[in-house]
Design a protein around this ligand. Structure first.
Ligand SMILES: NC(=O)c1ccc[n+]([C@@H]2O[C@H](COP(=O)([O-])OP(=O)(O)OC[C@H]3O[C@@H](n4cnc5c(N)ncnc54)[C@H](O)[C@@H]3O)[C@@H](O)[C@H]2O)c1
Ligand SMILES: [Zn+2]
Ligand SMILES: [Zn+2]
Length: 373
């Protein structure tokens, strides 16, 4: 079938994207789903910083690629057991094969065939279902490619969800919510009464903040460079906010947590901010890094502090989640009013607005913008 989608053909074009137009809206041929795959009519897809990082070249991917990895839609053709026409699914951005070593240990975020497929720009099967009329075939983004009216995805990338959720809310669960809440609940396993600080209040960081509120962390400090995001964080349950542009920002965090936080979450994508997050934790504290900096970035910490102060640094990918376990839980918590993820939604946009919308994301002017079909 012919689909319309937003294809990136070259990374690193200069901003503003409204002028350089890195995303081209094109018609592409989408092949039918193979064994274990689904044809999904995409209803909504969120704009995540990880899409922006492919556009600006800080997260290099094989080109050309149809972007978008935080999507929801309804199954229109199923070639996989357990999924029927009409099922509403959220897409997870790492397919979990279920059979590899990490999957067997419950660490679906580290699925090895899933990681290999994502790096190659294919579906879990190793196949590509997208082809363009141009000189080369188009790659899938993280097994999803949600910036198109339809997608073929592996059933291992799909989680059935409550069909009555508005699509612009449902989309958020596949990346921002699963990543941010999961960093708190799964990676750090924060307990009630422990202190937390979140650096970076985008879709992922605010989800981590909501996760910290959910589990009863206290106090909770929120750090960003955009005053409106600090204000929203306060409405969502941060007990203190700190402007990262202040020269004494880390001292302010340490003061607000009586000498340093038990848990610090870095959700900016900057090694420098990761060092600040580490510096903001207390003895025995845990720093969880979620942001995805350019592969060339490194960070340093005083090595002896890891030992003599029993500190921990942990990476968190996909919120250390098992998508089929966690997405339905987070949807139920949203329904119960315990996880108000609708507050992350800044605007809905159309396919032709994406370049401008990524300028807004890069400028820090939005939290989650969601492409609606
Ligand atoms: N680990 C994962 O599985 C995973 C999943 C999704 C996204 N990510 C990554 O997480 C990061 C955040 O994604 P997002 O979509 O929420 O991005 P975003 O752009 O919406 O949010 C980033 C926030 O950081 C703030 N910021 C910028 N500089 C700062 C500084 N010096 N100190 C404090 N705050 C600062 C920005 O104002 C913004 O609010 C990105 O690096 C993204 O690639 C990781
Ligand atoms: Zn994402
Ligand atoms: Zn696996």
């Amino acid at each position: 079938m012919i689909v319309r989608g937003a294809v990136l053909r070259e990374m690193g074009l200069p901003a503003p994207y409204a002028e350089s137009r890195p995303l081209h809206v094109e018609e592409l041929e989408l092949a039918p789903p193979g064994p274990g795959e689904l044809l999904v009519r995409i209803r909504a897809a969120g704009l995540c910083h990880s899409d922006l990082s492919v556009i600006d070249g800080s997260r290099p991917r094989v080109m050309p690629m149809l972007l978008g990895h935080e999507a929801t839609g309804s199954v229109v053709e199923s070639n996989a057991p357990g999924f029927a026409v009409g099922d509403v699914v959220a897409c997870a951005f790492v397919p979990a094969c279920g059979g590899c070593g990490p999957c067997a240990e419950g660490r679906a975020a580290l699925c090895e065939p899933g990681a290999a497929a994502n790096a190659a720009g294919t579906l879990l099967s190793g196949n590509r279902r997208l082809s363009s009329t141009g000189p080369s075939d188009v790659h899938h983004h993280l097994g999803v490619s949600g910036f198109a009216d339809h997608a073929v995805i592996s059933a291992h990338s799909a989680v059935k969800i409550d069909p009555s959720l508005p699509p612009e809310i449902a989309a958020l669960f596949g990346c921002a919510v699963m990543t941010g809440v999961g960093a708190v609940v799964n990676t750090a396993q924060v307990r009630a009464g422990r202190s937390a600080v979140v650096f970076g209040l985008g879709g992922v960081g605010l989800s981590a903040l909501l996760g910290a509120v959910l589990v009863g962390a206290h106090p909770i400090v929120a750090v960003d460079v955009v005053p409106s995001k600090l204000a929203l964080a306060q409405e969502l349950g941060a007990t203190a906010v700190v402007d990262a542009r202040d020269a004494d920002a880390i001292e302010q965090v340490r003061a607000a947590t009586a000498g340093g936080a038990d848990y610090a979450f870095e959700t900016v994508g900057s090694a420098k901010v990761l060092e600040q997050a580490y510096a903001a934790t207390r003895r025995g504290g845990t720093t969880v890094t979620v942001g995805l900096p350019h592969p060339s970035q490194t960070f340093s910490v005083p090595a002896v502090s890891l030992v003599a102060e029993e500190r921990t640094v942990k990476g968190s990918y996909l919120g250390s989640s098992v998508p089929s376990r966690d997405i339905p839980r987070y949807v139920a918590l949203y329904r119960a009013g315990r996880l108000p993820v609708d507050r992350l939604l800044t605007a809905t946009v159309g396919l032709d607005d994406l370049n401008q919308a990524f300028d807004d994301l890069a400028a820090g002017a939005s939290i989650r913008q969601v492409l609606l079909f």
